[in-house]
Structures are given as C-alpha cells and as structure tokens.
Design a protein around this ligand. Structure first.
Ligand code: SAM
Length: 328
C-alpha cells in the first residue's frame, strides 16, 4: 500500500520537521529560562538526511512539509532545504513556522526559495510583555519580520498566538486590530502542557472563552468554505482584512482527523506530539539503509500512534521531550 495509514484509518499527508533544537528565544511555556542542553551537532540530521526522509514520506502520500524547531531560521542552509523540498514533485505545500526574529533579513530569500506558507509566532503586541514571555528583547525585530513577510507576498501568512491566562489574554482585541489592514490569519492557541513549561502555574484559557472575549467587541462570522483537513475553523470580522482561528488541542482535541507525522531534529519519527513512542531513523540513514528499510521504520512509528492523546492533566508527564525538540 502506497500510503501511511494507522491502526485507526487515519491517512498521514503532513510531515513536520524540526530542523534544529536550538532557539534564540526562551518562551516561558516552551523552554526553561536557562535553556536546554543542545544536542551535539552530530546527532542532528544533515540537510541531505532531512530531504531524504521528506522524499521517502512524499513517496508514501505526504503532500505538505513544515519546517519548525527550535528556531528554523537559525539552521544554516535553511533556504537551500526549502528549495529542495519545494521542488519535490509530490510536495504541494512547503511551510515554515518561525518566531520572526530573523525574518527581516530572511523573508524574501525564503519566499524566493519556494516557501509558500509562513507562520509567525507572536504572543503579545507589548514590548515589555514580549521580553517577559520570550525572555529576550526582540519585539521590534519581530514586527520588522512581519512587515518583511507581508512585503515578500507569501500566499499564506499566519500569526500563532498562544493565549496565556493572566499574561496576555487581555490582548485578544488588540490582535484583531493588528490585522485590520494586514492580510494575516491569526490563530489563537490553547497553551499545551509540556515538560518544564510550568503549565499548572499558568492555568488554562479555553478557546470558547477566547471566542467570547473577542465576540464582546466584534461579531465573528464563520468562513464556510474552510479546508476540511484544517485543525481550526476560520472566522472573519466585517471591516477587518485578516481572519481569526482558534486552535483547541485541549478543549476540542483533533486527534480523530490528525494527519501529522513529526521528524525530530535528531531523526526520530513521532506520530503523536503527546505520546512518547518514536522510532529513530538516524542510524539507518547513516548505515546505508535502503528506502524500503526506511519505509518499514516510518510505518513502525505510525503503528505506534495512539487513537487519542491522554487528558490534559496527564500530558506533561506523558511526554519526554521538550516542545523545541519536537517542533510543536
Ligand atoms: N521557533 C519557532 C516558533 O517560535 O514559531 C518554531 C518552533 S515553536 C515550538 C512552534 C509553535 O509551538 C510556536 O507557535 C509556539 O508558540 C508553539 N508552542 C510552543 N510551546 C507551546 C505550548 N506549550 N502550548 C502551545 N503552543 C506552544
């Protein structure tokens, strides 16, 4: 069979690749303040190895690849990898998620290399809060990066906003105003519990509450022709150029329609963000494995995919990797 189907009939068409575990921010919900010990360089897959795994997955039906991390713009040669992936005949979407710090310098190059879908993470529009959440003083650079991304003309441009109870939940209307004239889809995301992110300290802010908070100021209109594979419905607001979505990994898990596979920076295929099961490909890649042998390993990882992730209370304990290692 030429596709990646798990025990529950879910077909896998989307590969997320963490190209590095390193990051230039230390977001409170993602990484401890002191950072995490970076993996030795030799444990990180080379660009050629990443391409090979993507190519093999594409031969099994993967159509969309997203580069993430860590911070993917820190990976030397990232534009070369984007170009290779975009040129694979079976890949129809080359995407990347970034914190935007380096985008001012890189947006045009990434677009020219063939990147079509760009997500930028930004949790606040207030410089002092940015420094508190990201533990670095780079707010102005991210705004420059967003402008550069708009100027580069990405067909799909999204802003990822993790909503942190008591920290930025008062800014939801400010974000709507931010996209009044900007062609950006904002995705308000429920904060997920991960190891070391102090989740219990922050508490939850469910998407229903986000929707109600925005609804107090702006009437949200559901966009009917949304992509059925999307993890979130899109809403529009009269007079606002951008659109709004809510990502609900906790309050309304999308496990039943999950089409995602993940490749960690050190070469493991994970079929569920929240499940510790994984199959490492690095040894096989470096000891002359054939494509068929790689396919066997990738299928083994898919066979380990659980029907659904455990309840929120168990999630942080269930995972053994940091978010920056898996790629979100
Ligand atoms: N460095 C890049 C960035 O900042 O976008 C890519 C990697 S980051 C791990 C990918 C996405 O995961 C970001 O949008 C980030 O906000 C999100 N993320 C990280 N930890 C999260 C958590 N605990 N809950 C929800 N989203 C999280």
């Amino acid at each position: 069979m030429n596709s990646l189907v798990d025990a529950y009939g879910r077909v896998h068409t989307y590969l997320r690749i963490a190209v590095t575990d390193r990051c230039n921010l230390r977001c409170v919900y993602c990484m401890p303040e002191q950072g995490i010990p970076w993996r030795p360089r030799e444990e990180i897959l080379t660009l050629e190895e990443l391409l090979r795994v993507a190519r093999v997955c594409a031969s099994l039906g993967v159509r969309k690849v997203r580069l993430t991390g860590g911070e993917p713009t820190l990976r030397r040669g990232i534009e070369k990898l984007v170009g290779w992936l975009a040129a694979l005949p079976d890949i129809d979407t080359a995407a990347l998620t970034t914190n935007g710090v380096l985008l001012g310098e890189m947006a045009r190059t990434l677009r020219d290399a063939g990147l079509t879908h760009l997500n930028i993470s930004l949790d606040t529009l207030r410089p002092e809060r940015f420094a508190r959440i990201g533990r670095r003083d780079d707010f102005a650079r991210v705004l420059t990066g967003i402008d550069a991304a708009i100027a580069a003309g990405f067909p799909s441009l999204k802003l990822n906003v993790v909503v942190l109870a008591g920290l930025n939940d008062d800014e939801l209307p400010d974000f709507v105003e931010f996209v009044r004239e900007r062609p950006i889809n904002i995705r308000f995301i429920e904060e997920m519990p991960m190891p070391g992110n102090g989740w219990e300290g922050w508490g939850r802010f469910p998407a229903q509450e986000m929707k109600a908070r925005i609804g107090q100021h702006y009437p949200l209109v559901l966009v009917e022709d949304a992509d059925p594979k999307a993890v979130a419905a899109d809403y529009r607001i009269d007079g606002i150029r951008g659109t709004i979505s809510f990502i609900t990994p906790l309050s309304e898990a999308f496990c039943a329609r999950c089409s995602r596979l993940r490749l960690t920076a050190d070469g493991s295929i994970k079929s569920c963000l929240f499940h510790p099961a994984e199959v490492n490909l690095r040894h096989a890649l470096r000891t002359g494995a054939t494509d068929e042998e790689l396919i066997t390993l990738i299928r083994a990882a898919i066979a380990l995919k659980p029907e659904a992730h455990p309840p929120a209370e168990e999630l942080a304990a269930a995972n053994h990797r940091f978010m920056s290692d898996i790629g979100g």
